[in-house]
Design a protein around this ligand. Structure first.
Ligand SMILES: Cc1cc2nc3c(=O)[nH]c(=O)nc-3n(C[C@H](O)[C@H](O)[C@H](O)COP(=O)(O)OP(=O)(O)OC[C@H]3O[C@@H](n4cnc5c(N)ncnc54)[C@H](O)[C@@H]3O)c2cc1C
Length: 467
């Protein structure tokens, strides 16, 4: 590690303050983020310009040192894990919001800008990034591009790749790929930036991006609604989406075990909900005024109540209460206290098949061990579920394959994905090989070989070699 720092200092001295190098001792003082091994390399380079980043990568290419890109380290699949002998390349000093164009509704940002920083800057113009997720305070635009993040608004605006107009990245040979296009319409040959989006840092280091922004409407109403199943949630979602005077802003589904323990953790009263309710939908809509949003929400739920066998509802009376509703869904850390090391998953199926999938999943888990259960929750409107499998021994490595097979079995046949929005990283290597699409794997392997013949970027994560 010391040799890497000494050599980088010697050879890249000219970048001065534009290149900060951090050693193992200083890294030990910092939080490694969602994975304890993120700082395993013990050496981090923080370039403050794309040119400094390119010089670091050229140095790595020359010396054969593997590169691990890192942003906010909120990734949940170990994509940012690093090992001794590697170099962490961080966007921690690429944090400028260079421009916001309120008329074109675009932003030009460096990759280390957090989602929340962009949200706050865009709010001054009545705009939002059009994509939102609970890790907003730390997750960076570069990391979100690398993982093709999804989140709360994907049902409406698509995922990260649909928000990116232009991209700049340092490629594995140290060249700077610069395509900061600011327009939606480009029909000028293959769109190479799409290869980098969702490649989890295996194809290059994102340094800047041009993003679409969306209108923000603060006139909102939020409710929690008790339901018999996901089909009822989809009927509610369909009802409000077909009402042209309101906009659906969020539709998050929580099955009972998740809601119960999240509510217990926060001291959130569930006395408005009938006992035995299988699931609860967190629903938010916006309208021309807060009163209209609230009235439309109340009327809509009243209309649907009997047909959908709804079993309780509560409307937020204030912004503070709405935040408490969202905390029930978003602050899922309690899972790790209630079930330390419970394996967690992030899958998607067509929304209409959510009930089919959840029933089959629980059946397969119980067949593997009757004591297994799962926290199930997620983004109902686009069919994305997060799962944590609980029960005796669910965290034991020797039970991992059986649990994975219960979770992933049949998803491809249903038309879904074994990884919806978190990526492959190092945690889903087996799933990538066992449940990933073979044609897609082969093409990704060919692209990786062409762009990164030395296999420098995120070596050993998503298994492109030999895939
Ligand atoms: C509480 C919580 C809630 C979450 N909710 C959601 C959600 O709703 N939707 C969702 O999609 N995700 C969610 N996530 C996962 C996570 O926030 C996203 O994956 C996020 O996009 C990662 O951004 P990051 O900056 O933290 O990236 P990191 O964790 O630092 O890195 C993630 C991956 O991207 C690569 N990478 C990072 N920066 C770059 C770069 N500049 N260039 C190239 N590669 C890079 C890394 O090598 C790694 O493989 C959640 C995480 C938490 C902790």
């Amino acid at each position: 590690m010391m040799e890497i720092i000494a050599s980088l200092r010697r050879e890249l001295d000219g970048f001065g303050e534009n290149l900060v190098l951090i050693g193992a001792d200083a890294l030990r003082e910092r939080h490694p983020g969602e994975h304890p091994d993120n700082f395993g390399a013990g050496v981090m380079a923080q370039p403050a310009t794309p040119e400094a980043a390119a010089a670091v990568v050229r140095w790595c290419a020359t010396h054969g040192v593997p590169v691990v890109p890192q942003g906010g380290r909120t990734g949940l699949v170990g994509g940012g894990v690093s090992r001794p002998g590697e170099l962490i390349l961080s966007t921690g000093r690429l944090t400028r919001i260079e421009a916001i164009d309120p008329l074109a509704r675009t932003a030009v940002v460096e990759a280390g800008v957090t989602l929340q920083a962009l949200q706050e800057a865009a709010a001054a113009f009545g705009l939002v990034p059009g994509i939102d997720l609970a890790a907003r305070g730390s997750a960076t635009i570069g990391g979100m591009i690398a993982t093709n993040a999804g989140g709360i608004l994907a049902f409406r605006n698509g995922v990260m790749r649909h928000q990116v107009l232009g991209l700049e990245a340092v490629m594995p040979d140290g060249s700077l790929y610069s395509d900061l296009t600011q327009v939606v319409k480009v029909s000028a040959g293959p769109d190479i930036k799409q290869l980098l989006i969702g490649s989890e840092g295996a194809f290059g280091f994102v340094t800047r991006a041009v993003l679409k922004l969306d209108r923000f409407n603060p006139m909102r109403a939020t409710a929690l609604v008790g339901l018999p199943d996901a089909a009822a949630a989809l009927s509610i979602i369909g009802h409000f989406r077909s009402n042209t005077s309101v906009e659906l802003e969020g539709a998050e589904l929580m099955w009972w075990p998740f809601l119960r323990d999240s509510a217990t953790e926060r001291g959130f009263a569930l006395d408005w909900l009938e006992a035995g309710t299988p699931a609860v939908l967190l629903l938010e809509i916006s309208a021309a005024s807060e009163a209209e949003a609230r009235e439309t929400l109340e009327d809509g739920l009243a209309t649907l109540w009997n047909d959908l066998r709804l079993s309780g509802a509560t409307l937020a009376a204030s912004l503070d209460q709405s935040r408490r509703f969202w905390a029930l869904r978003e602050e899922s850390d309690f899972i790790y206290r209630f079930a330390p090391a419970a394996p967690s998953f992030d899958i998607s199926v067509p929304p209409g098949l959510l009930d089919t999938y959840v029933a089959a999943l629980l059946g397969r888990l119980k067949a593997a061990d009757p004591a297994f259960d799962a926290y199930v929750y997620g983004h109902a409107a686009d069919g994305n579920l997060h799962l944590s499998v609980t029960g005796p021994g669910s965290a034991e490595p020797e039970r991992r394959d059986a649990i994975e097979d219960a979770v992933y079995g049949g998803i491809a046949e249903l038309g879904g994905s074994f990884s919806a929005e978190h990526g492959v990283g190092q945690e889903k290597r087996r799933a990538y090989l066992t449940y990933g699409n073979a044609a897609r794997r082969a093409a990704a392997g060919a692209v990786k070989a062409a762009l990164d013949p030395q296999d420098l970027f995120n070596r050993g994560k998503a298994p492109y070699r030999g895939a």
